[in-house]
Design a protein around this ligand. Structure first.
Ligand code: CTP
Ligand code: MG
Length: 177
């Protein structure tokens, strides 16, 4: 999940500037996505997510050796091109999920930054999972068993709220959710 988490956090840290929807207003008189979804957030978020995924791949064999005596098998993204595609899907999928949620929030008439729990906390998880499951179905269901998915669904909102409070205190988030 790390590429998805990092993509989401980095979009908030490094985002800004031109909005993805370019100011587009839809039939309901509201923005398509709003000013909280920017091109820079999408680009740098994707890049950071992929970057962390590549670091994880590079660290895997060392980490596996360190844990040798414990008889645990670390999860992996796979080999070569497939691993790259998976890391890309987890990162970009996270940001697409976040954009989809903003689209629906605007249709509901909710302003940028207004809270919609638990959607705000899990939109990026859903996006990352959906895109990865579509593109790398076999790998996805091998790694994300029901137990793992439940753990992610429980842990993510806690991490999300905690990191957003930090982002808010840093002045990087306008609201602490
Ligand atoms: N961000 C960005 N580009 C993205 C996603 C996020 O620039 N593709 C930045 C924006 O500065 C945004 C912040 O990350 O304000 C936090 O993201 P999020 O909580 O998803 O946006 P909100 O401002 O809460 O807007 P929304 O109501 O649309 O969720
Ligand atoms: Mg939000």
């Amino acid at each position: 999940m790390l590429p998805a988490y990092v993509a989401n956090c980095s979009a908030a840290l490094f985002g800004g500037g031109r909005s993805i929807d370019g100011g587009l207003v839809l039939w309901d008189g509201r923005r398509a996505l709003g000013d909280g979804k920017t091109l820079r957030g999408l680009a740098l978020g994707s890049a950071c997510g992929v970057g962390v995924g590549i670091l994880q791949m590079l660290m895997l064999s060392t980490a596996q050796e360190t844990l040798q005596h414990l008889d645990v098998r670390l999860p992996a993204f796979g080999e070569g091109l497939e691993a790259g595609i998976i890391v890309f899907c987890l990162s970009v999928g996270a940001l697409l999920g976040d954009m989809a949620a903003s689209f629906f929030k605007r249709r509901l008439g909710l302003k940028r930054g207004s809270p919609l729990p638990p959607i705000d906390q899990l939109d990026f998880v859903a996006g990352a999972w959906l895109l990865t499951a579509l593109v790398a179905r076999e790998w996805f269901f091998e790694q994300f068993t029901t137990g793992v998915m439940l753990a992610v669904i429980i842990i993510t909102p806690v991490l999300h709220v905690a990191s957003n409070v930090i982002g808010y205190l840093m002045g990087k988030k306008q609201v602490p959710w």
